[in-house]
Design a protein around this ligand. Structure first.
Ligand SMILES: Cc1cc2nc3c(=O)[nH]c(=O)nc-3n(C[C@H](O)[C@H](O)[C@H](O)COP(=O)(O)OP(=O)(O)OC[C@H]3O[C@@H](n4cnc5c(N)ncnc54)[C@H](O)[C@@H]3O)c2cc1C
Ligand code: SF4
Ligand code: SF4
Length: 842
């Protein structure tokens, strides 16, 4: 019997998924792929990560080699231009022809550019393909201002990209609200408020009539209401249109407003031609998300088999992180269902908005909107997708914990039919089956089921289900740091140490797989810094750092940064205090004494950081590592030098301790304090390690912390002399750095340490493991290689480039940052202040 000839036109996400599933089905077929783009399918959902440095090959979903190895005849950079339905052939732009028995159209969609005069000029761009992003990147290099036309999901994602590229960013939306498809009015308003707050300018109810030459910028957008806006580049993200031209010309049935009409089996009006993904129209609806496209691809593959599945629509719930803000929309988010009842929770001070829509009986969830806090998204989605009965008071589901919000629906409570990964349609039952079949880690389950390989939004839930299921079977729960390494943080630490590994690249090549993620990268960054103390912004390390570390400063809520110089032991000379005052005055910084006896200087713009630090370093200050998981402060009282109760010199000891450990990078931030007597004015017992003077020396306390879950420190050793005290702290800290989990505080680490405090004492004091000398040597190496990261930074022109606010205008100020005065100092303007300022300037 001859092979069935299948030609797939379009190699986007859905076209590729079709080919992939067809290969898995092991049918007697010959597959030909025709793709217009120059490269095989890539991950469009994560496209914007290109701006964060992801290379096209890192976004790839497949490769030419994979197709070749699997006998797929693939042609890229050549569009299909004609279908001859009678002869059953497809012709391409380059003149090739391919005959088919079954033709699959997966041509996706293209961005809609409104017919505005001037909208097709150079500098007017779209946001859909890798090539588009290359053009946006190039245009941004010579632009100061950028406008995104369209305040929908993609428009806001694009605005985020422009802002990250350093442009003054505007969003122009025709409708009165943002993300009108997914959000109700309240959610949309809260989102706007948050976006305004970070300095992206939002203009709603604005219809662009023409685009002409600008005066201060390249373009001028002229709006119907008579106002205008000047900009150097414009990106259109005003919706998508299905790519149906090929099908239209071939005489297939097309919807009134575009889209190739299909039936439940994804067949077009020609039974030998299928359409799947964003080019297909079912029941007058285009499904603009990847999950429904994948379902169509799977249904279309089964049409070649005995068991024919159908596609009858799909869930369009979405969870996003837009401009660093959580936004979630589930089911009937507008409450359009008749008889539905809505519950709303809004906290303006925290900029959180939540709304759930419940059916008439109050028992089933119909929809939800979450803005500013998506922590209940997974739980609500499970209630919605699986029609689970709601608790007696459904409103409690969106109330904060303080008001008695209900706990998350645990993995165990989910039915086997619960969809865990909606992109790849993996249910809890599929996961359990994979574990039954021998999988024993999240990575294995991912490999077997493909769960969480789409948008990745279900990663946390997947891990819960896997851990829960394994624990229920008495299997050891995998403690690997993430799917990229089959090792714990502790094991990775030891590997790096023993093999003298200095970069993430070396480690993942030798001991991991893939390219790493937001879990393993910062953890490895921290391990390498603890071990080798290299400059953290060195090229191989910079991509591993958390946001604050990348600018060696803490980003605050208005996008400015805080400067926190180290003031060891809280001791500071009048001259140095004056310098802090002068710097604060010169750069108009808000000034506050912290709880850890330092001076916080708030409100510095990114490009000011190097100048500020140059002045501070010249006056003898060093970085206080307030941005890092590192030693922060060692607080002290005045001790025996000044206090009539003091029995030891607590300031000298605090200075010794702080100067010794100041460069140490650790799994979590570390704080310490030294009190001069048992009256404990420095609060040493609420610190990771605390020292309290006694008549005979020092008492050492360990593993306390303040913060959200305070824990009193445990008394570890008494009446120590200076040398022994430092020896024990060296060993204690290095043992913690070596063995703790990522982001594990000393208190949690101790709670999880088998044998607890007694065991810790044996290791540190009695050297029961015989590693004390090694721990001390490790600490000595860290102490010897200390460097002030800011000092290193300001002495290198190349490193300073990172701190430019605008790539093309290094000295330009970010005009989005607005301060007002309160109690004689600057503070970030809130929405009311901004409105007042606008009213005054009008
Ligand atoms: C920036 C961005 C972010 C997104 N974020 C999300 C998200 O978070 N969640 C989500 O679910 N979805 C998201 N989407 C939507 C998702 O990417 C699409 O739903 C999905 O890519 C649709 O897949 P498709 O294969 O139907 O179309 P596409 O991926 O567009 O692929 C169609 C392919 O066909 C090619 N083609 C067209 N005509 C021809 C022809 N005549 N001959 C040959 N080839 C042709 C095109 O060049 C293209 O490569 C996002 C999209 C973008 C652009
Ligand atoms: S802890 Fe003791 S020494 Fe220190 S300030 Fe308080 S009373 Fe004085
Ligand atoms: S307590 Fe700390 S984390 Fe909380 S708002 Fe204040 S500075 Fe921020």
């Amino acid at each position: 019997m001859s092979l069935t000839n299948i030609v797939v036109v379009g190699n986007g996400m859905v076209g590729h998924h079709y080919v992939d599933r067809l290969l898995q089905a092991s049918l007697d077929v010959k597959i030909t792929v025709i793709g217009e783009e120059p490269r095989p399918a890539y991950d469009r959902v994560h496209l914007s990560e290109y701006f964060a440095g992801k290379k096209p090959e890192e976004l790839a979903l497949t490769s030419r080699e994979f197709y070749k190895e699997n006998g797929v005849d693939a042609h890229f950079g050549d569009a299909a231009v004609k279908i001859d339905r009678e002869k059953k052939i497809v012709l391409t732009d380059s003149g090739r022809s391919f005959s088919y028995d079954k033709l699959v159209l997966a041509t996706g969609s293209y961005p809609f550019v409104p017919p505005i005069p001037g909208a097709k000029d150079e500098g007017c761009l779209t946001y859909r393909t890798i090539d588009d992003l290359g053009e946006i990147n190039a245009a941004a290099k010579s632009s100061k201002v950028g406008v995104v036309v369209g305040g929908g999901l993609l428009g806001l994602e694009c605005a985020n990209a422009l802002q990250n590229l350093g442009l003054e960013t505007h969003v122009v939306e025709f409708a009165p609200g943002l993300m009108g498809v997914q959000l109700d009015e309240g959610g949309s308003k809260m989102l706007r408020r948050k976006i305004d707050g970070i300095g992206v300018h939002v203009h709603t109810s604005k219809a662009t009539q023409t685009i002409s030459k600008g005066e201060s910028c390249r373009f001028r957008m002229n709006f119907a209401d008579g106002e205008h806006l000047e900009t150097d580049m414009i990106v259109f993200s005003a919706g998508i249109r299905p790519s149906d031209q090929l099908a239209r010309e071939a005489g297939l049935e097309i919807g009134e407003r575009g889209g190739i009409v299909i039936d439940y089996h994804c067949k077009t009006s020609d039974s030998d031609i299928f359409a799947i993904g964003e080019c297909a129209l079912l029941g007058n609806r285009i499904f603009g998300l990847v999950a429904p496209g994948y379902r169509m691809a799977e249904a279309a593959v089964t049409q070649l088999t005995e068991e024919k599945e159908s596609f009858r629509g799909a869930d369009m719930s979405t969870k996003l992180k837009l401009l660093g803000m959580d936004v979630g929309s589930i089911g009937d988010s507008h409450g359009n269902t008749e008889g539905s009842v809505a519950y709303t929770f809004s906290d303006e001070s925290k900029e959180i908005y939540k709304r759930i829509i419940v059916d008439t009986t109050g028992q089933k969830l119909l929809g939800a909107v979450l803005v500013g806090d998506c922590s209940e998204y997974d739980t609500l989605l499970q209630y919605y997708l699986n029609a689970i009965d709601l608790p007696e008071h459904p409103e409690s589901m969106i109330l904060p914990d303080s008001a008695g919000g209900v706990p998350a629906l645990g993995a165990a409570a989910l039915p086997m039919t619960a969809t865990i990964c909606s992109c790849l349609n993996v249910s809890k039952g599929d996961i359990v089956e994979a574990i039954e079949g021998g999988c024993c880690s999240v990575g294995d389950v991912k490999g077997a089921t493909q769960a969480s390989t789409g948008c990745g939004g279900c990663a946390a839930l997947l891990k819960n289900v896997v851990d829960d299921e394994m624990a229920a079977r008495g299997m050891e729960v995998n403690t690997s740091i993430c799917e990229h390494f089959n090792h714990t943080r502790q094991e990775l630490f030891h590997i790096c140490k023993v093999e003298k590994i200095h970069t993430f690249g070396e480690l993942i090549k030798g001991h991991g797989q893939g390219r790493g993620c937001d879990i393993c990268k910062p953890a490895v960054g921290s391990i390498l810094a603890s071990l080798w103390n290299d400059y953290v912004l060195e090229k191989p390390h910079v991509g591993l750092q958390d946001t604050n570390d990348t600018f060696l400063a803490n980003m605050q809520k208005d996008g400015t940064y805080s400067v926190v110089p180290r003031i060891p032991g809280g001791e500071i000379t009048p001259d140095k205090l004056i310098v802090l005052g002068e710097v604060a005055k010169k750069y108009n910084l808000y000034t506050k004494i912290t709880g850890g006896q330092r001076v916080d200087l708030f409100g510095a713009r990114m490009n000011e950081l190097p100048d500020i630090w140059a002045e501070l370093i010249a006056a003898g200050f060093e970085t206080g590592h307030a941005y890092g998981k590192a030693l922060r402060t060692v607080k002290s009282c005045v001790g025996s030098t000044w206090c009539r109760y003091g029995v030891q010199d607590s300031v000298s000891m605090a200075l010794l301790v702080e100067n010794r450990y100041k460069g140490l990078r650790s799994p979590h931030k570390l704080k310490s304090a030294v009190s001069g007597c048992t009256r404990e004015c420095a609060e040493a017992q609420s610190k990771d390690f605390g020292v309290i003077a006694t008549e005979n020396g020092w008492n050492l306390y360990v593993c306390g912390n303040g913060g959200m879950r305070p824990r009193h420190a445990d008394l570890f050793a008494t009446d120590l002399d200076d040398e022994t005290l430092i020896k024990y702290i060296d060993r204690f800290l290095m043992f913690y750095v070596n063995t703790a989990d990522r982001l594990q505080r000393t208190s949690v680490w101790l709670d999880n340490l088998e044998g607890g405090l007694e065991y810790l004492k044996q290791v540190v004091i009695e050297d029961s493991l015989g590693i004390a000398a090694e721990l001390e040597a490790q600490m000595a190496a860290v102490v010897d290689t200390y460097q002030c990261e800011w000092k290193t930074t300001i002495s290198d022109e190349e490193k300073l480039k990172r701190f430019r606010q605008f790539v093309n205008a290094p000295d330009a100020k970010d005009e989005n940052v607005i301060f007002v005065e309160e109690r004689g100092q600057p503070r970030p303007a809130n929405e009311e202040d901004r409105l007042e300022l606008i009213a005054k300037s009008a």
